[in-house]
Design a protein around this ligand. Structure first.
Ligand SMILES: [Zn+2]
Length: 406
């Protein structure tokens, strides 16, 4: 992949075989005009012949122009676990493997693999990132990165308390805040404390929620393999008795569900859970390839969309996927739910994901936005029909040939 840097004083005109702005239908043989580092026009090549602007012309020939992507949830510090944790039909088996293998990693190995994974994210077309970590080992890596987003310092604490000190932004591009790992690894008081911190600092609040059947058993009956895991690791606090909840109703009872909460996974939901979610309107971040890998299941995307929820996408970590590719996440969702419109899937991958992390205007190909574009080669040409072309785009093998950015 090569980069085309947009200079502030140049006026550009890019032509591509297809332009996919996502918020509008695709334009076949289209042009994107860029001036003063802003997109000032998106139109078909035919229109250009009538009024050619004075601009540096770059013909991208058969490539497709598409906005950069948002990966709302990953764990870069687990990147060294790639291919070391086997796919599992059982979430608890996968989790046991991660815990065991993670203990063998050295800090150098973790930092180096995170650096490599970050480069991979750039090559996969990601611009906005939500990185979750317990050690802070990825902070220097993120500091050098061209990506923007959040580093979530994730709290795991089912016994005792952790003081939440004020966190500074890593740099102008990457902000920091705290997140809670899950309802089964963080005490109710700490979940509320982390939510309060994020309210005070006006940052998103992220938590894994309703990922596995094991998590449901933990909250519904206060038993199961996750209780055994905490007991064996001496992290179980007997004074905390949670019973009779689903993961969503539990978080609702703690008062932490609102429009700035990002619930990651949401695979195991009841009808009542959907009613709560509809009322509180949190953001739902799906990581379907990870769910299939860990044996957790597959999220019910159509039901979530029917509730009007803002669904966005993450890859999760390289401990549960082989590539940090948002395009692959869309492909999987499309194969499970062909009834969901292609535009909806592409919005989840781009501007809606960026917005979920507070980066409004990023991952857009619209007039007035700052250019951050992917020029993509596809394994087969797209049909000249707007709806069919978007579906074919999702299904095609993609190679990002250029990243075009200011
Ligand atoms: Zn995760």
């Amino acid at each position: 992949m090569e980069e085309i840097l947009i200079h502030p004083k140049e006026h550009y005109l890019f032509r591509a075989k297809v332009i996919i702005p996502v918020t509008k239908p695709p334009i076949f043989s289209g042009c994107v005009e860029i001036k003063d580092q802003k997109i000032v026009g998106i139109y078909s090549y035919k229109e250009l012949k009538q009024a050619p602007p004075k601009a540096k012309f770059i013909d991208l020939e058969d490539l497709v122009l598409f906005p950069a992507l948002a990966n709302v949830h990953t764990h870069l510090e687990l990147s060294a676990l790639r291919f070391r944790v086997l796919p599992s039909g059982s979430f608890i088996n996968w989790l046991h493997q991660v815990i065991k293998k993670r203990e063998t990693l050295t800090p150098v190995e973790m930092a180096e693999s995170a650096r490599f994974a970050l480069l991979e994210l750039w090559r996969e077309g990601i611009s906005i990132l939500g990185d979750v970590g317990n050690t802070g080992i990825t902070i220097p890596v993120l500091n050098e990165s061209p990506l923007r987003g959040y580093f979530f310092e994730e709290i795991l604490c089912f016994k005792g308390n952790i003081e939440l000190k004020d966190r500074q932004s890593i740099n102008g591009r990457v902000k920091t805040t705290y997140s809670a790992h899950s309802p089964y690894t963080v005490t109710p008081i700490m979940i509320q404390a982390i939510k309060s911190y994020t309210r005070k600092h006006k940052t998103p609040f992220m938590i894994h929620c309703a990922e596995s059947q094991e998590e449901v058993d933990f909250l519904l009956r206060g038993e199961g393999p996750l209780v055994n895991l905490l007991v064996s690791r001496r992290k179980w606090d007997e004074s905390i008795t949670v019973k009779g909840f689903t993961p969503v109703s539990y978080l609702e009872s703690l008062g932490v569900l609102d429009e700035n909460t990002i619930l990651v996974h949401c695979v195991h939901l009841t009808e009542d859970d959907l009613r709560i979610l509809k009322k509180r309107n949190p953001i739902i971040c799906l990581c379907p390839r990870s769910n299939l890998y860990t044996g957790a299941g597959i999220p019910k995307l159509p039901q979530l969309l029917a509730c009007g929820l803002r669904v966005v996408l993450g890859t999760d970590s390289l401990a549960s996927v082989d590539r940090l590719s948002i395009f692959e996440e869309i492909k999987i969702l499309h194969s499970f739910y062909p009834e969901v419109s292609a535009t909806e899937l592409l919005l989840m991958a781009t501007q809606r994901g960026a917005k979920a992390l507070g980066f409004d205007g990023a991952c857009e190909l619209t007039e007035g936005s700052t250019p951050d574009l992917l020029a993509i080669s596809l394994s087969f040409p797209l049909t000249e029909d707007p709806e069919k072309a978007l579906i074919e785009f999702i299904r095609a093998e993609k190679k990002i040939v250029y990243r075009i950015h200011a």
